[in-house]
Design a protein around this ligand. Structure first.
Ligand SMILES: C[S@@+](CC[C@H](N)C(=O)[O-])C[C@H]1O[C@@H](n2cnc3c(N)ncnc32)[C@H](O)[C@@H]1O
Length: 354
C-alpha cells in the first residue's frame, strides 16, 4: 500500500470498469464521440474523438496502454499522471498514434469541440458536464449567462439551439478557445458576448444594467486566484454567487450550480443553496452521465423559483456583499425545511479538482 510519506508505493488496486459497448454505440449514434471509456477512482480512460487519454494517479497498470489501443484503435493516445501542485507534471505524454499534433476535434450531440492535450489540467471539454449541457439545450433558453465559461461549451450548446449567450471568464485564452468552438460549429461570434472579467464583478454589473437571463450557468473552480491575487474559493463564495445570479434571473429562469469541491457534496450544496436565497427555490439534482459512476462527477443542482404556496417562505436575506463573502454554514437545525429532493443518484463530488 502507498504510505503517507509517499514511499513504498503499491497503490490500492480497484478494478477498472470499461463502459458497456452498447452504451458506446448509442453515444456514437447520437453524434457523441467524447466519453469516459473506463473508470476507477484513481485511474480512468477517456475518448475525445479519435484520441484517447489515460489519466492515472499511481503507477500505470501493466498492459493498460495495449488494452486501450485494442478498444480505441490506432488513433493518438496520451497518458498523464495526475500530480497536484505547480509545474507541468500533469502534462500528457503521447504513447501511441502517428504525428505530433496535440489539438483534436471531439463531438457531442453533433456539435464539435476543440480539445488540446497540451493545455494543462483539462483538455477543454469536461465530459461529466454532458448531461448538464443536454439539459440546457432541452430548456431552450433565449438568453444564457455562462459564468466561469472556460472554453464556452455551455454557450456553444445554447447558441446552437438559438440562444443569445454571454460568456464570462477571467482567462482571455479560455475565451479565445470558446470563440474557436463557436467557429467550429459555424456559429457567428458577433451577437454573442465574451466578457473577460471576474464573475463576481460581471454579475452585479449586469444586474445594475437590468439585464435578465433565463438560464445561468455557475460552474466555478474549487479555488482560483484572480487579478491582483484576489482569491476565489467556491466554499466561501457559493452563496453570494447564487444571490448575484438571482438578481440577473428572470422569474422562470433556471440556474445551474455545479462543483467538484469534495467538501460541497450534494446535501451540503443543497443546504447552502437554500440558506442563500430569500425566495423559495426548487433545486433538482442532476445525476451524472452514464459513463460516470455516482460520486465521480461534479455535484450538480439545477435551481428555479418555485410557487410560494408550495414551499415554506425563507426569511429575507441581505443583499450580496463581497466584503463578507461567506455566509456562515447553517447547521441542520437552522436550515429551513426543504422540499423533498430525490435522495439517491447524486454524485458525491470526489472528482479531481477543476
Ligand atoms: C471549471 S472551469 C469551468 C468549466 C466550464 N463551465 C465548462 O463546462 O467547460 C473554471 C473556469 O473558471 C475561470 N475562472 C476562475 N475564477 C474566475 C472568476 N473569479 N471569474 C470568472 N472566471 C473565473 C477559469 O479561468 C476557468 O476557465
Amino acid at each position: 500500500m502507498r504510505s503517507r510519506s509517499g514511499r513504498n508505493h503499491r497503490e490500492p488496486r480497484e478494478a477498472l470498469e470499461w463502459l458497456d459497448v452498447a452504451i458506446q454505440s448509442r453515444l456514437l449514434a447520437e453524434g457523441t464521440d467524447a466519453f469516459r471509456l473506463a473508470d476507477s477512482s484513481r485511474l480512468w480512460v477517456e475518448r475525445f474523438g479519435s484520441a484517447g487519454m489515460i489519466s492515472h494517479q499511481f503507477a500505470l497498470p501493466e498492459g493498460l496502454i495495449e488494452e486501450t489501443r485494442k478498444r480505441l484503435g490506432s488513433g493518438p493516445l496520451f497518458v498523464r499522471q495526475l500530480v497536484h501542485g505547480p509545474g507541468s507534471a500533469n502534462r500528457p505524454v503521447r504513447v501511441g498514434g502517428s504525428g505530433t499534433e496535440t489539438t483534436f476535434s471531439a463531438h457531442e450531440a453533433g456539435l464539435t469541440f476543440e480539445v488540446d492535450f497540451s493545455s494543462g489540467y483539462s483538455c477543454g471539454l469536461f465530459l461529466d458536464q454532458r448531461a448538464n449541457r443536454a439539459r440546457l439545450k432541452a430548456l431552450a433558453p433565449r438568453r444564457v449567462l455562462n459564468c466561469f465559461a472556460y472554453t464556452c461549451s455551455f454557450s456553444v450548446v445554447a447558441a446552437a439551439a438559438g440562444a443569445d449567450t454571454t460568456s464570462v471568464d477571467l482567462a482571455r485564452a479560455a475565451l479565445s478557445r470558446g470563440k474557436r468552438n463557436f467557429e467550429r460549429n459555424g456559429l457567428p461570434t458577433q451577437g454573442h458576448r465574451f466578457l473577460e472579467d471576474d464573475a463576481r464583478d460581471a454579475l452585479p454589473r449586469l444586474a445594475r444594467r437590468g439585464e435578465k437571463f433565463d438560464a445561468i450557468i455557475l460552474d466555478p473552480p474549487t479555488f482560483a486566484r484572480g487579478r491582483g491575487g484576489r482569491i476565489f474559493r467556491v466554499e466561501d463564495h457559493i452563496e453570494n454567487l447564487l444571490r448575484m445570479a438571482l438578481e440577473c434571473a428572470t422569474e422562470d429562469a433556471h440556474i445551474l450550480i455545479s462543483t467538484n469541491c469534495p467538501r460541497l457534496d450534494a446535501p451540503r450544496l443543497l443546504r447552502r443553496i437554500h440558506a442563500a436565497a430569500d425566495k423559495p427555490l426548487c433545486a433538482t439534482p442532476q445525476p451524472p452521465p452514464e459513463d460516470f459512476p455516482a460520486g465521480r462527477a461534479a455535484s450538480t443542482v439545477w435551481i428555479s423559483h418555485c410557487d410560494n404556496s408550495a414551499h415554506p417562505q425563507h426569511p429575507p436575506r441581505k443583499k450580496p456583499s463581497l466584503d463578507h463573502p461567506r455566509a456562515p454554514l447553517p447547521t441542520d437545525a437552522q436550515t429551513n425545511p426543504l422540499p423533498a429532493w430525490p435522495s439517491s443518484g447524486f454524485p458525491g463530488g470526489t472528482a479531481p479538482p477543476n
